[in-house]
Design a protein around this ligand. Structure first.
Ligand code: FAD
Length: 348
């Protein structure tokens, strides 16, 4: 296993900011992972696990320790006629796996088409889009325990999934390296068309859309929002949505509604839980003075999506963080709502 030194991290992320890793190792097998952890332990180095780099802001000073880049490949299929079990290496490209599932006529992840990053990244924040969350189809996660160096199979329940969260980014953060993920998909199942944008896209269609048509529609809608990685689109040089949709209590929601009606505005909302209200973070951002295209400098807001902070070229991590803080401060001031960042801040 090769350990490199002083490896730039910015090119390994979609946002493209930040400094180097002091040490860097690409792992292809569980044994590589164990060896890398032993190396870090012997030098008392902090470890950061890197997937596709699509949900990260790396600090300008970089990572003062070992970065383990997970590049475990391989996809195994196990079909019982009704269900397809897809067991994928954590380093596989997520969207390629979705394409593969759709080709096999299997439903369950078609709405998650076009999300950048690796298979191993999907359970971490329980990726979701267009009415689906990956936790609906994850059967288990095979992971290396940092403490014991044992490989464990964690069931869906063990993973503690909720909105943009799992044990991997909350109470067990930093405890596991995801090696493989097992997805259970429905053979011949119908695509899910629950999200308004998708319903609108297929309005008037003569026949129910196929899985492939839904995959193509999702990718097209995402491209229109700068949420599909394309070298031709400067608006996708981001870490995706920078803020989570806040989930408010009934009282907080009432206060927000009062503040909105005083300004003659109506909040778009939908109930997330019985007594809670999920509010659109994009709406809060836009109604706090940060329109699409905001910012004349190297860090700004995407022209296509108010929630995406973009690197317009040559931005530093400090500039990205400054904009993030300005947005959070204004939203708090005007709406009394705290916006929580979605990307992981590395080395701050
Ligand atoms: C244009 C764009 C659109 C996006 N759209 C969406 C969307 O619609 N929905 C959504 O949910 N997300 C979205 N994202 C965010 C991002 O794509 C997902 O969170 C993705 O799953 C991150 O995976 P990754 O491999 O890139 O992880 P990274 O960014 O490399 O890492 C993210 C976190 O996961 C951890 N991690 C990664 N791999 C492993 C592993 N093998 N073992 C242990 N920990 C690991 C890292 O340590 C880090 O904490 C978008 C991002 C971009 C840039």
């Amino acid at each position: 296993m090769l350990i490199q030194q002083n490896v730039p991290l910015a090119p390994l992320t979609t946002l493209g900011v930040g400094g180097p890793a002091q040490f860097f190792s690409e792992i292809h097998t569980p044994e590589d992972a164990i060896e890398a952890i032993r190396f870090a332990r012997s030098r008392k180095l902090p470890v950061f696990v890197l997937g596709g780099g699509s949900n990260l802001v790396v600090a300008d000073k970089g990572w003062p320790g070992l970065v383990i880049k997970v590049a475990i490949s391989g996809i195994q299929m196990n079909d019982d006629g009704e269900q397809l079990r897809l067991e994928a290496g954590a380093g596989e490209d997520w969207d390629k796996l979705v394409a593969h599932a759709v080709e096999q006529d299997c439903s369950g992840i078609e709405c998650l088409s076009g999300i950048p990053g690796s298979v191993g990244g999907t359970p971490v924040q329980n990726v979701g889009a267009y009415g689906q969350e990956v936790s609906e189809t994850i059967q288990s996660v095979i992971a290396l325990d940092f403490n014991t160096l044992e490989i464990r199979e964690l069931s869906r329940e063990d993973c503690g999934f909720s909105y943009r969260a799992s044990i991997f980014n909350t109470k067990k953060r930093g405890r596991y390296i995801v090696l493989k993920v097992v997805y259970a998909l429905a053979r011949g199942g119908a695509p899910k068309i629950a999200y308004a944008d998708l319903q609108k896209y297929f309005t008037g269609a003569a026949t129910p859309p196929t899985l492939l048509q839904v995959r193509k529609a999702v990718r097209k809608i995402r491209a229109g929002k700068g949420m599909l990685i394309s070298s031709a689109d400067p608006d996708c040089r981001s870490a995706g949505s920078f803020f989570k949709n806040p989930v408010l209590s009934a009282e907080q929601f009432e206060e927000l509604t009062r503040r909105a009606s005083a300004l003659n505005l109506k909040i778009p909302s939908y109930p997330a839980l019985e007594t809670h209200h999920k509010v659109s973070a994009a709406w809060l951002v836009e109604n706090s003075g940060f329109q699409k295209g905001f910012g004349a400098g190297r860090a700004g807001i995407s022209h296509k999506h108010a929630l995406a902070i973009v690197n317009r070229g040559g931005a530093s991590a400090a500039e990205i963080i400054e904009l993030k803080e300005n947005i959070q401060q204004k939203v708090k001031e005007i709406w009394n709502v705290s916006l929580e960042p979605e990307p992981v801040l590395v080395g701050f």
